[in-house]
Design a protein around this ligand. Structure first.
Ligand code: ADP
Ligand code: MG
Length: 188
């Protein structure tokens, strides 16, 4: 018998465009590991989004105001059909849900910080959104965990993350721990 696929006619007409995105995650207040894990779990609930890689957790010294707790940092790779601005809105919602105040000190302690590091090979700089993240190549606590899961090209600096790490002038302490984060996605 001929079977017509009428369930999702709109989806067959405009297939979704998925992108590989790297997110930086950090916490230096409260139960830091739990905040990172909860951020991961919330990322997985976003529409048309799955986690495809998670780095080990790193312990790093705070930059700027140094009189505060060490950071736990990790990088998470997702596959998403959300566009960059939708994704920024979503990560801000997650930050707020986890208790990060909307107004906070620039370099102060934070329960959670989520940044878009790379969004495929897209370059964007408008209305408070800069991709790639303008500080990523200066931060070893970003480059080390990123390189643990992948070695993508930087679309502005035109080199691999491994080369950025070789050239990175950051002299602050960044230490890989045995702590790990988990996702439910089968592919991560
Ligand atoms: P940082 O992450 O540099 O410590 P914040 O988390 O306080 O600083 O971010 C400040 C603002 O930077 C955010 O409100 C957001 O709108 C903006 N922003 C611009 N580009 C990005 C990006 N690629 N990822 C995350 N936030 C970004
Ligand atoms: Mg941020």
């Amino acid at each position: 018998m001929l079977k017509l696929n009428t369930a999702h006619p709109d989806k067959t007409e405009s297939p979704m465009n998925f992108h590989s995105v790297f997110l930086g995650a950090g916490s230096n207040s409260g139960n830091r590991l739990d905040y990172l894990q909860r951020a991961c779990s919330m990322l997985e609930t976003l529409p048309d989004t799955s986690i495809t890689g998670i780095s080990p957790v790193y312990l790093s010294e705070p930059l700027g105001i140094t009189d505060q707790d060490m950071f736990y940092n990790a990088v998470i790779r997702i596959r998403t059909a959300l566009n960059p601005r939708e994704l920024l809105g979503s990560i801000k919602t997650i930050e707020t849900a986890l208790g990060r105040p909307e107004q906070h000190k620039r370099w102060g302690p934070r329960v959670i910080d989520l940044d878009i590091l790379l969004y495929g090979q897209i370059v964007a700089d408008s209305d408070g959104l800069t991709i790639p993240h303008p500080e990523m190549h200066k931060r070893k606590f970003v480059l080390h965990p990123l390189l643990d899961i992948d070695n993508p090209d930087h679309p502005v600096l035109h080199c691999k993350v491994s080369e950025l790490l070789e050239k990175c002038p950051d002299s602050s302490s960044v230490e890989k721990t045995s702590l790990t984060l988990h996702s439910h996605s089968p592919s991560s």
